[in-house]
Design a protein around this ligand. Structure first.
Ligand SMILES: *[C@@H]1O[C@H](CO)[C@@H](O)[C@H](O)[C@H]1NC(C)=O
Ligand SMILES: *[C@@H]1O[C@H](CO)[C@@H](O)[C@H](O)[C@H]1NC(C)=O
Ligand SMILES: *[C@@H]1O[C@H](CO)[C@@H](O)[C@H](O)[C@H]1NC(C)=O
Length: 394
């Protein structure tokens, strides 16, 4: 029986696997939505005034200021590297090459409200819809849609509502989540299937926030609490959507814990300071980053300015999102999300059909029970093989 099975696997399954791999295509496209952590230069096109990220010391590690809010590369840059595609250009840089996607993220972006000189999440998604004809449908459906947004909503909320009741907090989070849900559904409606979310950091640990509170030792509780509540509700939303929307796939990255771990156990993660920023003035270098107050060794810091990460921290985040295990990013990391077949059930149906065609030659399998059992074993085996083959191919 064992021999028969392996013979059957080799003669039937292998050609099928090969067939599927030859018709199999990977996401070569990345669409980015968010705020200053993901902004690759959009803010420059919307602001009447000087945008600090267009000038040194921003970009100092790369030797060039590009509108990125860091001393160097940002997380979407690393993810594009890992995907094997060029860095994704800001959508407002109209002459850029958008063949591998577009970046809609803009510093100061929020989910709610209408702050000036930025694009809210809804405006970013509208930009995506308006530009959709730049990409063919297959590209749109295989692409990864990367999001990190909401920090500025909660920072503003915490400033304006210093001691909200639990009901008030939940009501505000509900508003934010409802809007995010609506925008995900717009992207899904346009054909998007693969969604990746970086959740919100413990916002009370940002140097700018700590410094403003005057309590330099501890993280400020309300902004972190709002972020944690948001994160819990965001994960619930993604789980619900994966049940509600056919073919919806997602990655949920626990950025909150990543930042918390690095703030409290900086040296474990190669950093010297998890409290102060590399660049700025004040007790924690929390504001007004300029060439006259930038540290010399940026990679010793998690935070470059009062609200944004150094390139060194962005690299760690990029690695975690790309390849970490489900404790950090789940149910798929981005490497897995990228190669997941668009519609698993269709492929399994193909295999069952092919197996049915083979059945008359399986003279030794007598009972229906055996066939069923073998089918299910083969499906498991196939899934296992696919996983293995994917890791091999990456
Ligand atoms: C692309 O998708 C849209 C729906 O989003 C559909 O209306 C259109 O017919 C599709 N085009 C092709 C060429 O399949
Ligand atoms: C922007 O840079 C200028 C000059 O370096 C500085 O005075 C200003 O405070 C900076 N703005 C912010 C928000 O950091
Ligand atoms: C603040 O930045 C300066 C560089 O201007 C750096 O030397 C100093 O160590 C930083 N402060 C802290 C508390 O790290």
């Amino acid at each position: 029986m064992a021999n028969l099975k392996s013979h059957f696997l080799i003669t039937t399954l292998l050609p099928l696997l090969l067939l599927h791999f030859t018709t199999f295509s990977f996401a070569q496209t990345l669409f980015v939505f968010g705020d200053g952590l993901y902004d690759a230069g959009n803010k420059q096109y919307l602001s009447q005034n000087r945008v600090n990220a267009s000038f040194p010391p921003y970009g100092v590690t790369l030797g060039q200021a590009t509108g990125r809010w860091s001393d160097g590369s940002i997380v979407p840059d690393y993810l594009a590297n890992f995907m094997g595609i060029p860095h994704i250009s800001p959508i407002l840089q109209t002459t850029a090459d958008f063949s591998h996607g577009a970046n809609f993220a803009t510093a100061d972006a929020t989910v709610l409200g209408s702050p000036p000189e930025t694009m809210t999440l809804s405006q970013q998604v509208r930009q995506f819809s308006e530009n959709k004809n730049k990409w063919i449908n297959q590209t749109v459906s295989e692409a990864i849609y990367l999001f990190n947004i909401g920090s500025d909503d909660y920072l503003k909320y915490a400033t304006n509502n210093p001691s909200p009741s639990d009901d008030m907090k939940q009501a505000f989070v509900d508003q934010v989540i409802t809007t995010i849900e609506a925008e995900i559904k717009v992207v899904y409606g346009a054909g998007g299937r693969k969604f990746a979310f970086q959740n919100l950091a413990p916002l009370g640990c940002l140097p700018a926030v700590k410094q403003a509170s005057g309590n330099l030792q501890e993280c400020v509780s309300l902004p972190s609490e709002m972020a944690a509540l948001h994160n819990k509700n965001l994960l619930q939303l993604l789980v619900e959507l994966s049940r509600e929307l056919s073919g919806f796939q997602y990655s949920y990255y626990d950025f909150f814990s990543s930042v918390q771990n690095r703030v409290f156990k900086s040296s474990t993660y190669t950093f010297k300071s998890g409290t102060a920023a590399c660049c700025g003035t004040g007790s924690l270098n929390g504001t007004d980053c300029s060439v006259s107050n930038v540290c010399t060794i940026t990679e010793e810091y998690i935070f470059f300015d009062g609200k944004h990460l150094t390139q060194a921290a962005n690299l760690q985040v990029g690695h975690a999102m790309w390849g970490a295990d489900p404790e950090v990013i789940g149910p798929n990391n981005l490497k897995e999300l990228m190669v997941r077949p668009m519609d698993m059930t269709v492929i399994l149906a193909d295999i069952q059909e092919a197996m049915a065609a083979m059945r008359p030659r399986q003279s030794k399998i007598e009972s229906l029970y055996d066939i069923k059992k073998m089918e299910s074993e083969m499906q498991n085996h196939w899934l296992y093989q696919v996983t293995e083959a994917h890791s091999f191919m990456i």
